[in-house]
Ligand binder design. Sequence first.
Ligand SMILES: *Cc1c(COP(=O)(O)O)cnc(C)c1O
Length: 454
Amino acid sequence: MADESTKIVLSERELPTHWYNLAADLPTLPPPPLHPGTGQPVGPDDLAPLFPMALIEQEVSRERWIPIPEPIRDIYRLWRPTPLYRARRLEQMLGTPARIYYKYEGVSPAGSHKPNTAVAQAYYNKQEGVKRLTTETGAGQWGSALAMACAFFGLELKVYMVRASYEQKPYRRILMETWGATCVASPSPDTEAGRRVLAEHPDSPGSLGIAISEAVEDAATRSDTKYSLGSVLNHVLLHQTVIGLEALQQFAQVGDYPDVIFGCVGGGSNFAGLTFPFVREKLQGKPLRIVAVEPAACPSLTRGVYTFDFGDTGRMTPLLKMHTLGHTFVPAAIHAGGLRYHGMAPLVSLLYDQGIIEAIALPQNAVFEGAVRFARAEGIVPAPESAHAVRAAIDEALRCKETGEEKVILIGLSGHGHFDLAAYEAYLRGQLVDYEHPEEAIQQALADLPRVGV
Ligand SMILES: *Cc1c(COP(=O)(O)O)cnc(C)c1O
């Protein structure tokens, strides 16, 4: 039975010493990525122009526990271990017999879970003599996390930011510049890929796919520069497992354990980070439901197909076997910008395919309604992405109210929404539109899937 704590905290001494690698415990692994040109499996040499060797090794590692280097733990200690909260006030507001907990990653300086991998990636690049990183960013969560990490290790960073966000959402750009990064609107005149788009569409609002192509080209054509990705890849998910490892200790501390976990999924990294250490226990026999929550406007798990697809619109990245809506899929402009990715991390996709995790899709008005309820009960204003998990948990708690079940519910609260207040304003004024992607548009994008490796 749970104790009386509201905020369950660990001391800095209890900060995990290792990341957990789920690949060590899976009976089958996702197939290796395929080369975009040849359709053959991609080897370390293919990835070496883009990533440092340490990260390439982690990408394919089957070691269960991977040590977290001390300089990374030193930086983690600026905000980690993060608190696990018991949402007593939300429970009371809902009148539910369920016990609701949330693991809060919004206490990081960038306001989300993303620095957990940004710091690790900056560290390994620095170790291998890299001077400069490039990346893309949509609304700016990833760009800002990596800007902070590069500041810590004295690395230069150039961020290609989707033009529409660059113009409409200046605050995360200013955050990136404050941490010392250079940020340009994408498509930019600085790369071949950008110039090509600009020649055809001088007013292009940009897209994540175009920005990825620019950042990859920049890194591939300079010997002092590598590329960094904030989600999807195995090593990114690995770095995030520090979240779930802490949560396991925190539940042990109060003598409780979740019956069901809800996490939001864009590329899958915060979900994986929280849940993979619990997936391990589920594979060992613990009865536990693990639910990925995605937007109805970008339903890659619930309505996509499990096949090889490109990571980007520009068809430059290797092909990954994943749940995908097709690399040409353009999701509606929902406010949870971090969840607008056409694909899903291969490891998360595999778990879904094997029925180890579940998935649901929610429309954005319901999501914001849940977020506002949460804010009024608990104080924290959730990131629109995290709010998907919040809403799903509220629905579960209300089902418990009907059945009288005292379930234990865990929410992955991946970040705060302080830079997303325009989205809250739109919701509060009744201006949010619910997009359900039409089946026709999904079929159209799926028709563009590459025909390799199937
Ligand atoms: C980027 C982001 C996400 C989505 O990315 P994942 O890789 O799926 O975690 C979710 N929540 C927050 C707060 C984010 O910044």
